[in-house]
Ligand binder design. Structure first.
Ligand SMILES: [Zn+2]
Length: 321
């Protein structure tokens, strides 16, 4: 045990006594020691650097996590809104349900996909098909008293053929499960609108993946003019018959609550000579090229059932001149 009060142990006391004081020793580091020290310093630096980098990484991660979270929540919200907008009754939302009694005019429109030029000669072809369609309505209704035709939008006494070029490519339309709805929506996106008293017969040169010649969506009767050269399930032998068939769909044919022989999703199932006949199964007779307007007058044209719309009485029909 050391006695702190021992004057011999106290350097200050030794100084006061005048004892000789040993000079302080200066330790010169050897080359090896310097190298070792350097190495240790180096390591400490590296450790520090690693720590700093790790800290920075963590900080960056936390920051980007925050950004990612914000982005994910935002995208999820957008998707939610989109899903809500498109789910369920898309057709009703984008193409408001129409009152058949309001339809007084049919517009004829040639629609071209963004990547398909409008070939020469189609105007004449469409004019012929529409003229044939109205001629067919006239012939089919002369037995009722006076032949009628669909009231077309006219310019200088001739019906007006309009043209709309879409912003979407043909394959996006033809690949859809509901190509007519797709066409109607694309027309709307291209700025086309129908008035409250108007319906449209649309000719478009696409061949849908589902083998159909035409399809209707709300007030749009769409004829896929390159799709059918011969009769198939939901087809007629030419575009004028397809146009008539789809226009009748637009006007409400065939209503299962009102027609005597309705079935097959809005068609008649009794007579293959009815223009609204659908040959959809192998057992059904093939659709005839010789087609007529409700020959029995008991399904959609000239019907008298209470609470049912007789398409013959709609304001669209005008007496043929
Ligand atoms: Zn049909």
């Amino acid at each position: 045990m050391t006695d702190a009060s021992d004057p011999n142990d106290d350097p200050f006391a030794a100084l006061l006594r005048g004892d000789p004081v040993a000079p302080p020793t200066i330790h010169e580091a050897s080359a090896a020691e310097r190298a070792k020290e350097n190495e240790m310093l180096q390591r400490a630096f590296q450790r520090d650097g690693r720590r700093t980098r790790r800290r920075n990484r963590l900080r960056a991660m936390r920051k980007s996590l925050k950004i990612y979270t914000i982005v994910i929540v935002f995208v999820a919200a957008l998707l939610g809104v989109f899903w809500w907008q498109t789910s369920g009754s898309t057709q009703q939302r984008l193409l408001p349900t129409h009152e058949l009694r309001d339809i007084r005019v049919v517009r004829v429109i040639e629609v071209t996909a963004a990547d398909r030029p409008d070939p020469a000669g189609t105007d004449t072809e469409i004019r012929n098909q529409i003229t044939n369609m109205n001629q067919w309505f006239r012939t089919e209704t002369t037995a009722d008293g006076a032949g009628v035709t669909a009231n077309l939008r006219t310019v200088d006494r001739a019906f007006k053929l309009e043209h709309v070029t879409l912003l979407v490519r043909a394959d996006l339309l033809s690949g859809s499960a509901t190509p007519s709805l797709e066409v109607a929506q694309a027309m709307s996106s291209a700025g086309f609108t129908l008035g409250a008293d108007e319906a449209a017969i649309v000719f478009i040169r696409i061949r849908p993946v589902s083998p159909i010649c035409g399809e209707s969506a709300a007030r749009y009767a769409v004829v896929f003019s390159t799709a059918c050269s011969s009769a198939t399930a939901e087809s007629a032998s030419n575009s004028s018959r397809v146009a008539a068939h789809e226009l009748l769909h637009v006007l409400g044919a065939v209503d299962e609550r009102c027609a005597k022989h309705a079935g097959a999703n809005g068609h008649v199932i009794d007579n293959p000579h009815d223009i609204m006949y659908a040959a959809s199964s192998a057992t059904a007779a093939p659709k005839s090229a010789d087609e007529h307007l409700d020959p029995g007058r008991d399904d959609y044209w000239g019907i008298t059932k209470a609470g049912c719309t007789d398409i013959a009485k709609l304001p669209l029909w005008v007496k043929a001149k």
